[in-house]
Design a protein around this ligand. Structure first.
Ligand SMILES: [Zn+2]
Ligand SMILES: [Zn+2]
Length: 365
């Protein structure tokens, strides 16, 4: 199994196009053509984790946080990022980061947190924009069925639980073939009128190349008439944060106790209790303060995340119980999630969880 095949599998779960603009997910070091002999999963990739991979004879680390986040201009080992990269390259260790693209899929980072809280009816809290496009094309009527089929085969026209969705309307197209052309219909130098079908299909933006290729391969014209639209529609299962229902309402205190127990926490930073029952919980692993107002608007009684700053706690404003359980703590089960995905797909080599606690934050008690 080549490294690139593992990357392709991970991208089928969390496409790279779902990452945020500031992110750096994907293969960070390593040759995609190399054979993979073993995988280690982790939340962070540190020098220690690279050392662990070497010791365990694994040549691929699949981690959540990208070790290279901003640009690197020099590689001489003056900080932990440079040292980690140097160590990985020297020892032929590939590093793959699956970061905000995994945060942004319903079955990703947040799903695992929701599972630990037994949440039901889980939905994405803030669906991501810009993940859908629309293709409009004009095809001679007798060729319309063939082009539609090709577009469907390229996975366009799928909406929720429906596929082969398209909109079609008939009309007249005109064109004049000029010197040097080889027209499918009509004569050179004469304006031609053709009965055409206008076909419209929607598709995930990341499939643009394959959809356009399918169109061009199946369309009979020398110059294929088509255009693409970017849509602001969203997909229900792509976006940040998650909201779900508890099987039975609990008290606010109980919600924190469950967190403490299931996430192995020594302490939780939270706002004052509002003394109301909790039946809806919103959450976002990592730094999710930006979703607080969405969590309130969607009717959650508790919002769980990490990295909340002092002044941000005021923004809860007695409208929700805001709980900061820590960045690492909130995302710790991502290691388990990645291991499960990989183990299920690749049974022919070892997939192991890191045994190193990479949390740089410690609590003195
Ligand atoms: Zn994350
Ligand atoms: Zn994170």
């Amino acid at each position: 199994m080549k490294i690139k095949e593992i990357a392709q599998f991970l991208e089928s779960i969390a496409p790279l196009s779902f990452q945020e603009s500031y992110d750096n997910s994907g293969l960070i070091t390593g040759n995609p053509e190399s054979e993979c002999v073993g995988i280690i999963t982790s939340l962070d990739v540190t020098e220690e984790v690279v050392g662990e991979a070497i010791a365990m004879n694994c040549n691929l680390i699949v981690g959540h946080h990208p070790i290279i986040f901003k640009g690197l201009k020099k590689l001489n080992g003056k900080n932990y990022v440079e040292r980690t990269i140097i160590k990985a390259i020297k020892n032929d260790i590939a590093i793959y980061a699956i970061h905000t693209n995994l945060d942004n899929v319903l079955q990703g980072v947040n799903h695992k947190i929701a599972e630990k809280l037994q949440l039901q009816n889980c939905k994405v809290l803030l669906p991501k924009e810009g993940t859908l496009k629309k293709l409009v094309t004009f095809v001679p009527q007798k060729n319309a069925e063939e082009v539609r089929n090709a577009l469907f085969e390229a996975r366009s026209g799928t909406v929720g639980n429906y596929d082969q969705c398209s909109y079609n309307v008939e009309g007249t197209g005109t064109f004049r073939a000029l010197e040097g052309s080889d027209p499918y219909v009509g004569e050179i130098g004469k304006r031609h009128q053709e009965n055409e079908t206008r076909i419209e299909v929607i598709f995930p933006a990341r499939l643009e190349q394959q959809v356009v290729n399918a169109l061009k391969d199946s369309h009979p014209y020398e110059e294929v008439a088509y255009y693409l639209h970017s849509l602001t529609n969203t997909q229900d299962n792509v976006g940040s944060g998650l909201i779900g229902d508890l099987p039975v309402p609990i008290t606010e205190k109980e919600s924190l106790s469950i967190l403490k127990k299931n996430f192995g926490l020594s302490v939780i930073r939270h706002t004052s209790f509002l003394n109301q029952p909790v039946h809806k919980i919103a959450l976002c692993g990592g730094s999710g303060f930006f979703l607080l107002s969405t969590a309130i608007a969607d009717g959650a009684q508790v919002y769980i995340t990490g990295d909340v700053k002092y002044h941000e706690f005021f923004d809860a404003d007695a409208r929700i119980l805001l709980a900061d359980i820590g960045h690492y703590e909130s995302e710790q089960f991502t290691i388990e999630l990645l291991t499960e995905f990989l183990q299920e797909k690749f049974s022919n080599f070892a997939v192991q969880k890191t045994e190193i606690n990479t949390n740089p934050v410690r609590y003195f008690s």
